[in-house]
Design a protein around this ligand. Structure first.
Ligand code: TYM
Length: 332
């Protein structure tokens, strides 16, 4: 049937752009699901650092390199079992760009012009380079390369996964083959859009993030700047319109969540106290992880070793796909 099936396990594919410091939107929106599913042993997980994608916006080689290392270190520090997961740099597997080139020939310009990211740039009168315009095709290549069943992401990537499904179909029909499986997104409703400190979607470009592994002081500053209304401590507060609660609940069990709601609803719980509690929850989350992250960043050779091993596995699989694709389209 489809291109290949080297294993009966379902395939997970997910990437993060190497464009800056990771934040809790990345963690709860995608990384956590990736780690949980990868560690469950039920998937063959391809988890990668999208550095080719980052090149569309980053023009600083040291920043790109640093960000790639940080993503890998963060995954490891947050518990990704690298004996199960294939963790790699996209650019270690140039087959991604090769497949993107082939796919470019079954995709039209008007189709790509409908992409949200492109339209946003256009609306802001920003210059759009060709890489940015073609971003969804490279992302489709990332996903289709490994015959992904499931792609865990946040809501902002939904359209990109739809594009990958469409593009799989365009290719299969154009060449009259059943090469690519149609992937599905995995977006958890409760964390589809993690809010930032201003209540809008947490996003590097909006400067409203709480970073995963920034300094304690950076985290404290961000938490203390969470935007709230001006209700006095004694007043009752609606948790559902309350930004401190919206972020804090991500860290809580159901029972703890119910208790926090009760505190806001009954009054006598001020925002200062609520922010201190949120900060304590974040610091508790960072316990152990932050030290491991820092240690890895001081020993980048340890990270490189893991990335190279993952890269070799990914490249082997990618080459299998490309052999089939090259034959199907008449190359080589
Ligand atoms: P990126 O690097 O912008 O974000 C990485 C992941 O974090 C999720 N995310 C969020 N989820 C919920 N709430 C938020 N506030 C929030 N902010 C970020 C994103 O949805 C994403 O899942 N195009 C992708 C990278 C990519 C990729 C791929 C992903 C390249 N190839 C193939 C999956 C499969 C991106 O820019 O994500």
């Amino acid at each position: 049937m489809f291109g290949f099936s080297s294993t009966s396990k379902r395939i997970l594919v997910s990437g993060i752009q190497a464009t800056g410091k990771l934040h809790f939107g990345n963690y709860f929106g995608a990384m956590k699901q990736n780690i949980d599913l990868a560690n469950s042993g039920e998937f063959t997980p391809y988890i990668f650092i999208a550095d080719y994608h980052a090149l569309t916006t980053v023009k600083d080689r040291e920043a790109l390199r640093q960000s790639a290392l940080e993503i890998a270190a963060a995954y490891i520090a947050c518990g990704l079992d690298t004996s199960r997961a294939i963790l790699f740099r996209q650019s270690f597997v140039p087959q991604h760009t090769e497949l993107a080139w082939v796919l470019n020939n079954v995709v039209t310009m008007p189709y790509l012009m409908r992409a949200h990211a492109y339209k946003d740039h256009e609306a802001k009168d920003k210059e759009v380079n060709v890489g940015l315009f073609d971003y969804p095709v490279l992302m489709a290549a990332d996903i289709l390369m490994y015959q992904a069943d499931v792609v865990p992401v946040g809501q902002d990537q939904k359209q990109h996964i739809e594009y990958a499904r469409d593009i799989a179909g365009f290719y299969n029909r154009a060449w009259n083959v059943e090469q690519f499986k149609l992937p599905k997104d995995l977006i958890l409703e409760t964390v589809a859009i993690v809010p930032g400190i201003d209540g809008q979607k947490m996003s590097k470009s909006k400067g409203n993030v709480i970073s995963l592994f920034g300094t304690d002081e950076e985290v404290r500053k961000a938490v203390m700047s969470v935007v709230t209304d001006s209700k006095a401590p004694s007043e009752k507060k609606d948790p559902d319109t309350n930004n401190v609660y919206a972020i804090h609940k991500l860290f809580l069990t159901n029972a703890e969540d119910a208790e926090l709601r009760r505190r806001f609803e009954q009054g006598g719980y001020g925002y200062k106290e609520a922010k201190e509690a949120l900060l304590a929850a974040i610091m508790k989350w960072r316990e152990g992880k932050k030290a491991l992250f820092d240690d890895l960043m001081q020993h980048p050779e340890k990270i490189e070793r893991i990335l190279e091993e993952g890269g070799r596995k990914a490249r082997k699989q990618a080459e299998e796909t490309m052999k089939a694709v090259r034959t199907q389209v008449g190359l080589q």
